[in-house]
Design a protein around this ligand. Sequence first.
Ligand code: MRU
Length: 318
Amino acid sequence: MRTIDWRGDHIELIDQTRLPGELVTLRIDTVDALVDAITRLAVRGAPALGVAGALGVALAARSGDTEQAARQAETLRTARPTAVNLAWGVDRARARLGEGPDAVLAEALDILDADVRVNRAVGSRGARWLLDALGRPVNVQTHCNAGALACVEWGTALGVVRALHRDGALGHVYLNETRPLLQGARLTAWELAQAGIAHTLVVDSAGPSVVARGMVNAVIVGADRVAANRDVINKVGTYPLALAAARAGIPFVVAAPESTIDPDTPDGSAVTIEVRDPAEMLGTHTPPDTAALNLAFDVTPADLVTAIVTEDRVLTAR
Ligand code: MRU
């Protein structure tokens, strides 16, 4: 089942806020509904956001009102600020608005289909690189969800994990819960269970200790954006894992499509880091009126990144 797809005249996507309890889909008929799904993370993960952005412009184009569609595309483009793929997908589809709705849809479907191929290629290339570097079995630590649910199918970081598992070369996977919305505990754990991959959940702050205790021989994560200088922007909590990996002398590997590399972002300091509603962190476990800063992403400096694996190449440390 695809995370996101086009169904003739509307978008269908898995509602990720309902997993792992329920596997249900949402029917998306309007750009407003799509923006709502993106902001509440019903659809999330950089590659899936790229596809959602492009399909959203295809939805907007169906009205035949090009000016209105362009305005809606702009709203969609900024629904979340950090993952470059959202703007990339919107821009690719928006560039075809002048050619009519069919051309816009063709562009969006091209992005959708390419994502499937790209993720398979990232997964196989990443698995090969890790096997060459480490031998087997490969035990990995991951963070957030860079799996099928973050893409159309298969996944980037989890695509590498899936490829290792397919090739009988995977040992054990440790995954972080990923506070506060638990993409690791809810989504990655669900995907790994479905795939029959042995895994163990740890709290986010234990991830670096898993690395320090020698329980894994690589850290592998996805990315929301890779800057021109190769700084990596990903779910908050990635940076401590990179520090731990550097200290332990194990590879810190980023798996991402070429579309996540943004030549227009010079370095990590140029990226708008999404700050989400503090209400996601607060509740009955916190005293009333506690101030909270809900940073959704962090920046891992390029010098901590051992390799960036894309569908086309492996960029190793300079
Ligand atoms: O806030 P999210 O769940 O959209 O954050 C997702 C991540 O940080 C992923 O690691 C990243 O988008 C890569 S997904 C292949």
